[in-house]
Each structure stands twice: as C-alpha cells, then as structure tokens.
Design a protein around this ligand. Sequence first.
Ligand code: ATP
Ligand code: MG
Length: 597
Amino acid sequence: MSKSTDLPKAELVPADPTPRRRATAESMATRQREISVSEFFTKNRHLLGFDNPAKALLTTVKEAVDNSLDACEEAGILPDISVEIREISPSVARDANTASVASRYRVIVEDNGPGIVKPQMPKIFAKLLYGSKFHRLKQSRGQQGIGISAAGLYGQLTTGKPVVITSKTGKGRPAYRIELRIDTKHNQPDVVKEDIVDWGTAGAVTVDHGTRVEIELVAVHRGGRTGVQEYLEQTVVANPHLALTYVSPKGERRDFPRVSHELPREAQEIKPHPHGVELGMLQTMLQDSPGASVKQVLVSDFSRISSGVAEQVCKLARVSSRAPADGIHGEDLERLHHALGQVKVMAPPALAVVPIGEALLVEGLKRRFSRADFYVSATRPPAVYRGNPFVVEAALAYGGELPLDEPAEIMRFANRVPLQYQPKACAISESVYQTNWRNYELQQPKGSLPVGPIVIVVHLASVWVPFTSEAKEAVAHYDDLLREMKLAVQECGRKLAAHIRARAHAQREEMRRSLFEKYIPEVAKALSDITGVSADLLEKPFLAALPKFVRIVDDSRIPVPPDGTAAVGIPTEPARLEESKKKGRTKRPAQLSLLPG
Ligand SMILES: Nc1ncnc2c1ncn2[C@@H]1O[C@H](COP(=O)(O)OP(=O)(O)OP(=O)(O)O)[C@@H](O)[C@H]1O
Ligand SMILES: [Mg+2]
C-alpha cells in the first residue's frame, strides 16, 4: 500500500450561502480563558524538540542526561551515568510524516548525583517551567526549567504511562520511588503511587545517592548523526570527566570510561552586567525592591557596580541616588537605563564561565576519533555578549583514518551539550562556513564546508546560551558570538596549515633525500672502479655533504601539536635507520635528521 493511501483525506466543503450571525465581543468573552503552559506545549511540542518520534527519543535521553551532569557537577560529584533504552513493544504506530514505524520504548537514565528531596520530585518531573537554573546567571546545561517534565509529558501523551522516578539523597536515607502524571489542564503534578524501595543494592555497588528517571514513550530509534548513540559519543568528547554506560535497544552495551578524574571548575553565579540589562528588566528590578534606594539596587543587584559607579550613573541620568527605587518611572527610567549602558565598568567576571580547556578538549576528541594524525585546540579569552560573559573554544582532528574526500564533520557544543539538529540555523556552523579554509591548505567549494579528513569542534560556554528556540538546538547569530567563534576556528586553522605545510615539505625533502641515497653508492662504486679506492671510503664525504643538498634541521623545529603527537608521515630518525638497516643501508651518519624547515 502506498504511503498516500494511508493518510486521511481532507474534504473541501462549499461555502455556506446563508448569512450567519457573527461573534460579538460578549460571545467571544465567554470563550476566552487562560491556557496552561502544559496545554500549550502539548500542542506545540515541536518547540521543545518533540516534533517527530526519532527526535523525541533523542530529546528524552538528552534532557535526562543533561540534568544528571548538571546535578553531579553542582554537587561536586564525578558523574557515573547509565543510559538504557528498552524496547517494550515493537511497531506500535506509523509516523505519518516520516513513514517510519514507531515502537514503544522505556528510557532509563540513572546518575550518582546528589538526588532530589521527596517533596520536590513531583514538581520537577510533572510541572512545566519549574527548575533551579532559570533565575540565575550561571553556566549550566539546563536553563529553562522545562526539559525533563516536557519529556514526561510526551511519554504520557503517547503511552498514557506515568513517569517513574527513584531518588536517594544520601547514605542511610530512604530511596523514594514515585510515579507521576501531569495534569495538563492545570500544569500540576499528580502522584499516582509512591514507595520506599531498596534501590541500588543490586550488583556489587551500593548506591548512596542518585536519581533514576524512567519514561515510557512511543518513538523511533535511529542511528546516524541525529541518533542517541551519536549524542552520547559527542557528550563524552565534551565531558572528559564523565563515565558513561549505554545499553541500546538491541541490548548492546557500551562503556565510556572517564579520561579525566577532575571535575571542571565550578562556575560562579553572577549578577546581571549593567551593559546587558534591558529596560523592562531594569524596571522589574527597581519595582521589586520596595524600601531600597536607586543606588542600593544598582550596587546590590548588578555586577561591577561599586558605590562610586552607582553615583556616577545616577548623576548621568539626572536621578537622585537616594530616590526610592520603586518610584522610578517614565523618562527617569529611560535615562537611568541609558546611563547604565554608557558608564565605564569592568567586563563581567570570567570565572562565571568554564571552558573545557585546550588539553582536555583534545583528550575528548581522541576519545571519539582516536586515529587521526593531528589534533589541535584553541580556547579564546572570555568575551561578552548582551552583558553575558562567554568563552569560545575550538578543536580540530585531521588526517589518519578520517575520510579523505568528504565535507568536514562539525561537532557543535553549547555548555558541553552536543547540538545535533538545525545546523543551518546555528551560528557555530556559520562560523565554519565563513572561514576561508583555502588559507589553511584545505579545499573548500564556494559557500560550502571544507573538504578533507577533518573534524571541527566548536564549544560555546556561557552563563546564558542564546538558543534559537526552546528545543535548544541552535545558537542565535549574535555578532559578538560569531566573531569569537571565527577567531577560535581560525586559530586552529593556522596551526593545521603549519602542520600540513610542514608535512608536505618533509615529504618533498624525503623524496630528494632518497634520490641522493640511491645514487651515492652508484657514484662511489664508479669512482672506486676508476681510482681503486674502496667504495665505502668514497661514500663517506658524499654522505657528509648531504645536508647541503637536503635541508636538515633540528628536531625541535617540527611543529608538534599540543598533545605531543608526532606528525604522521614524517618518519623519525631511529625509525628511518631501522628501516635502512633492514634494506642493508646502514652507513648514514647517525646525527642526520631530515626534518622540515
Ligand atoms: N537528575 C537530577 N538530579 C538532581 N536534580 C535534578 C535532576 N534532574 C532535574 N533536577 C532538578 O530539576 C530541575 C528541573 O529540571 P528540568 O530539566 O525540567 O529544567 P532545567 O534543567 O532547569 O532547564 P532545561 O529546561 O533547560 O533543561 C533542575 O533545575 C534541577 O534542579
Ligand atoms: Mg534540564
């Protein structure tokens, strides 16, 4: 049966010729009512990354894993996370948009984080827009307070099953297991069942604290660039401190042991920066401070505003610094807002953002692409967009077993979270497209990605990542972000070009050298025949003169990547001598070293 015959057809109905009574303001008023956020997102689930069953599976895993990582880091715990996707019943539905067959899966994500106190469990998992990260300026993976409850909502919508949460907050404390539904009309949790369970004693390890999230949903399991496995593999690149176990729906288990035993430095929470504040936000801050003076609000609610700077701002705005904050309106408010943008203050504190770091980024990249020739990374100094501090870092893997003739692979990360959808809408991809890779010895068809054995990683770390939508799939095109992204990518590009040029040079020199090496014994033999002097003796001055013809330099001049990987393709001198010995040519003076200039 063809796909189109499966779909219900819409019927065209002729317009009704009899005039009908139209709505009045009063009749419309009877239909106007509040919309709960859960109802809104049930209808608009695509806004949260649940627009098709394959993406729904990825988004569910992603929301749970991101939360686990955030919780572990915040609590100072090295994360041990396990992800399992179990197929409950195959082929339960067919997706009309993609024609793929969806199955019923159970997603289980377990962490060794701090756990969640019992009274908070219902709201966290069964109330949309409830979380601990939205109101603060601190780098974290989550920021909206919507992710995990949206996954639960999708599960409930497609299977009718409640979300099951098990959590324990410490040794000797009970583990609570709660089954939850979302009352979508009121955006409120319904506790279906709660128990105290003997959790975490299965197997050899006893769990002292952690959270286990189980969501049943109708979804499609897919591999490839937008699949769950890809997400997990990229997650370990950006989180070298994570130990991860994944059990796929086929029952295959993969372990990713951690490569760093150090937690990333804890990001500092900061206050809004005066240069990034919007008028409406300033108004709210002033209104929310009854009893305080304008100066007190400026000093206590903003970063980088000292008492002296606050006086300066008030003077510029022609507003009394002692005026009550909640009495500032109209033109006074506008002048105050303008003055905040004008006053000279230090950039926001860089401690609020935590990049992965050049060395660990390379380690992470090797976790995924262990067989490249060359790795390089660059972390930019902190910068600011709309008053929010951010750091961009980039890394490249090149050569080795990476595919030769394909467009570069780009891995995009925001606060250590891989971004797999909407590449065209993302400022990160834009920064790669806008870079002229021909400057760095790579081919690049016009308006395309560079072509060659290359993987490009770009990570944006910020206290607030400006995503293009609530699904957190692509980074918005702010000029300040794009500029830093391009600079980071270019810095890596320059180091890559040096490597490629050095390797090409070394190869040319190698060819010249082997030509000389081929003919020196011949010439020596011919001379020996004429002069009667031993050929061995005659070869020596030729070999001694070899450095004059073939550029031979000190080892230390090879551009060595930061991780110390030697550029493959340039045989080291011991390896060459070994090879020559095998071929019966052992007379090369040992101090010679053929390296690029
Ligand atoms: N595994 C967990 N361990 C401890 N706390 C958790 C865990 N998962 C969620 N939380 C808490 O629940 C809150 C809500 O999570 P949720 O994913 O809905 O929102 P978020 O992470 O704050 O933001 P986002 O919507 O961007 O993901 C979090 O802010 C966090 O405080
Ligand atoms: Mg979250």
